[in-house]
Ligand binder design. Structure first.
Ligand code: PLP
Length: 390
């Protein structure tokens, strides 16, 4: 006998993975350059050159046993100190090394935080459109997942809808800015209003309602758009960060959870995060990558090629008549599906080997997502196909 929930998760591929696999199959038939795959958010800019140089230096200057051995479960102190120093230099945020737990990326960080907040009857809210994996992560922790109605067409946060969705069982709201899939960045004004609402609701229900800030795209913002560091706006914020996108290291699995000391229950929260991670088999994040982050956490991505892609695709689609949310960050565009049925539109696009993800799994039917971490050639060659489809 096997666990039914696990079986269902393991056998039913996500719509994104389904499209990606379909693209590979089509590439083998018609050639990779004839498949316009916008399905997967795999970075298309290489890691900064300092990353490879640091790997080489670590192999030279670090004792092999120390380099490849277990670290403490929370992570190397030097790594946590470097991250705290970098965050403090940027946001004056009062981060301590002791407030950080190094993880194998944002996904396991989120799962550990959900595990830490899993109380009987507990609910986690996500603002649509949201990263589809939140639902299985939340439900596997034994919590209830609830989506909050999207704020169309700007995709900020509908505070009235959120206020209605919060109940005495609400443990946390997931905030993902810059956003996957909409590319929007929540403004300081929006986040300040959100913090005020949560302060009020926490008081009403007699327990803290946390923000879980899932921020793998923190450094991916364009035109000087500010990405506020949410713990400096609302103290009950738990940050889940990842280097997957900022340093183009998604396959290496490295990130962290930050629980501010000033958060209510901080003394219990971080050990609970560590305990939940332990229960999922976390031993430590990869040792060599921790040591690399200790030397590289200050590096920032060179966004030029993403920015060119963003402008080219956004302007091309708008010119063709599409309605698109203004993308200030990440590497996604969220587009209104002509005719209103995104699944049908995605199927129609597939006939032209144009692979686009319908918004249904993001809690936002009627839209489709495009990942523009692709070649500029793909964008310029596929824009005429988008024009034909509309
Ligand atoms: N959260 C969001 C919004 C994402 O888009 C992703 C990956 O695409 C993740 C979390 C998972 O990131 P990681 O690779 O660090 O586990």
């Amino acid at each position: 006998m096997v666990n039914e929930q696990a079986y269902a998760l393991g056998t039913k591929r996500s719509c994104i993975r389904e499209l990606f696999e379909y693209g590979r199959m089509r590439a083998a038939i018609v050639g990779a350059d004839k498949v316009y795959d916008y399905s997967l958010g795999n970075p298309s800019i290489p890691a900064p050159k300092e990353v490879n140089e640091t790997i080489a230096a670590l192999l030279q200057d670090t004792d092999s046993l120390a380099l490849h051995g277990y670290t403490s479960a929370v992570g190397d102190l030097a790594t946590r100190q470097a991250i705290a120093d970098d965050l403090n230099a940027r946001y004056d945020a009062g981060v301590n090394a002791a407030d950080l737990f190094i993880t194998c990326g944002a996904a396991p960080g989120l799962c550990a935080v959900f595990g830490a907040l899993a109380v009987p009857g507990g609910e986690i809210l996500a603002i649509a459109p949201y990263f589809p994996e939140y639902r299985p992560f939340v439900e596997s922790a034994g919590l209830t997942f609830k989506a909050v109605t999207p704020d169309v067409p700007d995709f900020q946060i509908r505070l009235d809808a959120l206020a209605e969705a919060i109940t005495e069982n609400t443990q946390a709201i997931i905030v993902n800015s810059p956003n996957n899939p909409a590319g929007t960045v929540y403004s300081r004004q929006t986040l300040t209003a959100l913090g005020a609402l949560l302060t009020e609701k926490s008081k009403e229900f007699g327990h803290p309602i946390y923000i879980i800030s899932d921020e793998p795209y923190r450094e991916l913002a364009y035109d000087g758009t500010e990405v506020p560091f949410i713990p400096t706006i609302y103290k009950n914020t738990i940050v889940c960060y990842s280097y997957s996108k900022s340093l183009s290291l998604p396959g290496e699995r490295i990130g962290y959870v930050y629980v501010p000391q000033q958060a209510d229950d901080a003394k219990a929260l971080l050990p609970a995060v560590a305990g939940a991670a332990r229960s999922m088999g976390h031993v430590c994040a990869p040792s060599m990558w921790q040591k690399l982050i200790a030397r590289c956490t200050h590096l920032r991505p060179d966004l030029e090629s993403y920015d060119i892609n963003r402008r080219t695709l956004y302007e091309g689609l708008v010119k063709a008549g599409y309605r698109v949310a203004k993308p200030d960050g990440a590497f996604y565009l969220f587009v209104e599906a002509p005719g209103g049925d995104a699944k049908a539109f995605s199927e129609k696009a597939k006939e032209k080997d144009l692979l686009i993800v319908p918004g249904d799994d993001f809690g936002c039917p009627g839209y489709f997502r495009l990942c523009y971490c692709v070649s500029l050639r793909q964008i310029t060659e596929s824009l005429p196909l988008f024009a034909e489809l509309i």
